[in-house]
Each structure stands twice: as C-alpha cells, then as structure tokens.
Write a protein that binds this ligand. Sequence first.
Ligand code: FUL
Length: 480
Amino acid sequence: MKIVSTFILVFFMSCKELNVAPPEPVYPIPSQRQMDWQEMEFYAFIHFNMNTFTNMEWGTGGESPKQFNPTELDCRQWAKSFKDAGMKGIIITAKHHDGFCLWPSQYTKHSVKNSSWKNGRGDIIRELADACKEFGLKLGIYYSPWDRNHADYGKPEYLIYLRNQLQELLTNYGDIFEVWFDGANGGTGYYGGANETRKVDKRVYYDWEATFSLVRELQPNAVIFGDAGLDVRWVGNEKGYAYPTTWSNLMRDSVYAGMPEYAEKYSSGQTNGTHWVPAEVDVSIRPGWYYHPEQDGKVKSLKKLMDIYYESVGRNGSLLLNFPIDKRGLIHANDIRQLQAMAKQIKVDFAHNLSRESKASTSSYRGKGYEAKRVLDGDNKTYWATADNVIQASLTIEFNQSTTFNRFLVQEYIQLGQRVKSFIVEARNDGTWREISRETTIGYKRILRFTDVTATAVRLKILDSKACPTISNVEIFYAP
Ligand code: FUL
C-alpha cells in the first residue's frame, strides 16, 4: 500500500514537473515567414541592369534596350560563389529606377526582349532562378517602384503596370523569399520622353495596402522589404552596420514614415514598438551598387567585411551584401577573392564552440524543460526561461579548465518576442568576476567581440527585460 501511494505521489510530482507552462509571448512576435527569413542571416544582393552598361548608378530611363548586352553572362558563377561562401539566397535588381526589365515583361518594350543579348530571347530572372535551384539558394526580387522610363509614372495608370509586373515576377519563377521595394525617388526622369520632374508622395501614391496584399496572395511565404516594412525594415544606412541597440519592434506610425525622419528616428527600432519589423543591413562590397571598372581596386578589405558581418548578423540584423556584376555578366575576380576570404574567416572565427565542453547553471529557472542546459543543446527550439516574475537572472558557463576566448554569442527565443533590455557578460578568474561587456539588446542573435579573456567561467547577467528572459543559445569562441 505504502509503495503504491509513494508511486502515485512520485507520478503526480513528475507530471507537475513536466507541465511547466511556457512563458506568455511578449508581443509583437515574428510570423513564420519572418522567422524563416531571420534564420537565413547572410545573403547576396545583385546589382546588374542597364546601369552596368552605361557606367551609372541611376540611369535616366532614356537608355536604349540595345545597350544591355552581357557577353559571358553566367548566373551559375554567381550562385556557386555565394553558396560556397555560406550565403543562403540572392536578391536581384529585376527593375531599377531606370525601368529596364531583366525579364521579357509583356507590359513594356523596355526589357531584355529588345536587347542585343541573346537576340532578345533571354530572361535573366529565369537563368538566375534555375541557378538558385541548382545550388540550393533562395531567390528574392528587387523591384523599384520609381520608374524613370515609364510614361505613366506619377499617374494612377502606372499602378496597374506595377502590379502587372509583380504578377509576372511572382508567378513565373517559383518561390520568392523576399520582395524588395526600394524607397528612392529622385524626381527627374525620361518618363516616355517628357523629360521632367515627377515626385510622388510615396506613402499614398503606391497604395501599398493593395500592392502588399497582391504579394501576399502570390507569394505567401515571401517577406516584404520597404524603408520601414512591411515585414523587414531598412537599417537606416548603407554602410553595413546595425546599431548596438537593435529592436525588431517598430511603432506602427513609423511604418510609412519617409526619409530622412526614418533613418534618424527608427533605425534602432523601439523597445515598445507595436509591430515585428526586423532590420536588414544592405551594403555593397564596393563603393558603388553597380559595376564601375574604376572601382576594381576598391573592393572592401577583409577587416572591413568582418566588421560588417559582426555589426549586422551580430547585432540582430541580417546581412544583404551586394555584388556589382560586370559588363561580361560575371562577378569580378577581385570581389570573389574578398568574398572567399570573408567566408573563410567566418569559418575560422566560429570553428570551435567552447561552451560545448562546459556546464551551465542558472540563478533561477522556470522548471523542467527550461533549465540552463537548454542553451547548450544546439537546438534553437529549446530555451532557458525564468519564472514570470523574474526578470533579472544570470546564467553561468563553467569550463573544465581555464579557457581563452574573445567572442560571445547569445540568442533569444524570439518566437516569444524580443525581451532583453540590458545585460552584461562577466568572466571569472582566480575566483573573481570581472565585467567584459555591458550591452542593451540581444534579439535573434548578438555576437560580442572583445580582446582575449582567459577564465574558468563566463556569466551572462540579464539586468533588465520586458518579461522573463528566454535564452535559446549561448556559444563562446576563440577567434585567432
Ligand atoms: C537605393 C537605390 O537608390 C540604390 O541605387 C540601390 O539600389 C540601393 C540598394 O537602394 O535606394
């Protein structure tokens, strides 16, 4: 009898242990499409279009399609280079501000179908879609709403054109992971020969609601990029960095804010932002977005590229690194060399996760399923969490022996919202704790760099959080 009742007691106790409820989400939270996008982390931008052949950054729209004529176009070369570098996708300038289309759109004459390339029978989006498929990369579309070629630009009729083109791009080329709407409008243009200035109120003119719902209908899994959303926001600069404080939360009122207010006010996101709109860091590997032979010697250095990586992916942003394709239709050898060097360095820096050979413990945890060890299991679906009322807590990683490191990587389980407002990282040596870094946000991923530290233990101390912290991963590295 005694044995039976003990058994029942133990059984109920362990049931209770097993049934610790997860924390309530702290809204806003990412959609599945935003989650899938966030996990890509690093992908390529391709600027290749009419400007490549006119040596311009912003064509006027008055160019002739005949000017577009790559001699050795090879989308497989692009895809292979990016795949080898560990990138996960490619976004291409299907139509830039000058209006020339890289696919044979049936709604305009200003496209590859009237170019000299392949006697007008080519389709670059098709070739790239095929190359992406072959190399296991995702495809994204850059589409400039501003069109300096189109006669109707600025009139309501142009919106029909814009949506017809989106219909083509988003139905004929398989799955698209991101649709990139450029926010620029410089005013002047060819506009079918009118050669005048046409500025629009970009918050109103494009009727974004209808345009966004068309994208949703045609590519439900694609994230929509715009200055401030819908799903992904511009980080506010083109230099290649996110801010040390980067919230994925953004206020609804900023979603349609124009430049330059946007860059100043919203690039860090907001602690109490109402919508989930994470930041994307777009930057070119050269000074220009487009290829200019005079910039062959100006490809970014390895040091600069690594800074960009740490200050984008390492600051709760994603990295969209641009490659200007040359007149042949290839990535120039200098750019490939730098990309390979960068990819190699990333591999070296993150070669050996030192936290794998350690033990984790916490000042407090929520219950079974939310223990310290969840941050070391290599599974981003599990996480350490405290009880609802505990927002200050620490997690200690104890090494087997004195260990030297200089990188600290931490991730929040953002499926339940971005929570941490401030934290420090400390190291213990000879029994004394010393602060290494004092920071604000974590988000999807935060990577800290510091000079070499030798210690027997590392401690993550959450000082302030919007609700109980949920930490899914901690990794420690020694980057030589
Ligand atoms: C800007 C454009 O004006 C540039 O030409 C380039 O495409 C960059 C990525 O976005 O807004």
